[in-house]
Design a protein around this ligand. Structure first.
Ligand code: BTN
Length: 256
């Protein structure tokens, strides 16, 4: 079994890219397994569900995409990348209430600090699939700028009151990604269980918002192997795969 210490992540750091995910997808044939593509700024950063990801420069944030050629399922890439980001943030803001919010965000209390966008890539339609985990992490964004974002947001600076050196954080993130990637390949179940433990939705009452906009309040019983939520509503179980979840503050509905 390969040890994480035998595997090092090569960083390709650009001044500006349209999107690090788009670059990694377009160059997947020539990029090695475990390359981390990053950019100081993105001109067309992409978020989930077709949204855009505003990506200012000035060393403000981290925008990067990790290439995994030994994983083909984007959900598995989410497990690896969100644990690596969580570990980075916990190390630099140890007092903050950091956790993974299903399916692929990292939150500090009620505020989002990182979003991930995992996508498949292949050289041709028939060549083997790789996955790319794109991560946008708020680092030095001021409270004033964060308040302009429609969703509640945090940065390492807003959590700690100090600024961080982008390059150092990027190096540390690369180490964490190498560790979780190699550990995942060696023992996927163990890493999946760790990811589940770091999710705040388990055993909680949440509001699900389906892609259609329909909302329903349910209890989350489990997260199954493929990443779907096993939910209970009116005594009936069902699996929920895509959409947004929001923790319900007063879970009186289920007596918890
Ligand atoms: C989300 O909607 O929460 C996911 C946001 C993912 C943004 C990152 S920034 C680096 C990488 N490149 C992109 O274009 N998107 C991802």
């Amino acid at each position: 079994m390969q040890e994480a210490s035998d595997f090092s992540v090569k960083i390709l750091d650009f001044e500006v890219l349209d999107s690090t995910n788009t670059y990694a997808k377009d160059h997947i044939g020539s990029l090695e397994d475990g390359v981390l593509v990053s950019a100081k700024t993105q001109t067309a950063g992409r978020g989930r569900n077709g949204r855009s990801w505003v990506s200012p420069g000035n060393e403000e944030n981290l925008y990067c995409s990790f290439v995994m050629k030994r994983i083909t399922d984007p959900f598995r890439a989410t497990v690896v990348s969100s644990l690596a980001v969580l570990s980075l943030l916990k190390e630099h803001a140890p007092q903050a209430d950091l956790f993974i919010k299903w399916p692929n965000d990292v939150f500090a209390g009620g505020e989002k600090i990182c979003g991930t966008l995992c996508e498949c890539a292949a050289v041709t339609e028939h060549s083997p699939l790789s996955v790319i985990a794109g991560m946008g992490i708020n680092v030095n964004t001021s409270r004033e700028e964060l308040d302009k974002i429609p969703q509640k947001a945090a940065s390492l600076r807003s959590l700690t009151g100090r600024s961080f050196e982008r390059k150092k954080l990027l190096g540390k993130l690369a180490e964490n990604l190498a560790r979780y990637y190699i550990n995942y390949i060696g023992d996927p179940e163990k890493v999946f269980l760790r990811w589940k433990e770091q999710n705040r939705v388990l055993g909680k009452c949440v509001e699900l918002e389906e892609s259609s906009g329909k909302k329903r309040t349910v209890l989350v019983k489990d997260i199954v192997q493929d990443g779907r939520l096993l939910c209970v509503e009116g005594g009936k179980e069902f699996l929920f795969s895509s959409g947004d979840v929001r923790l319900v503050k007063n879970p009186g509905l289920f007596g918890k």
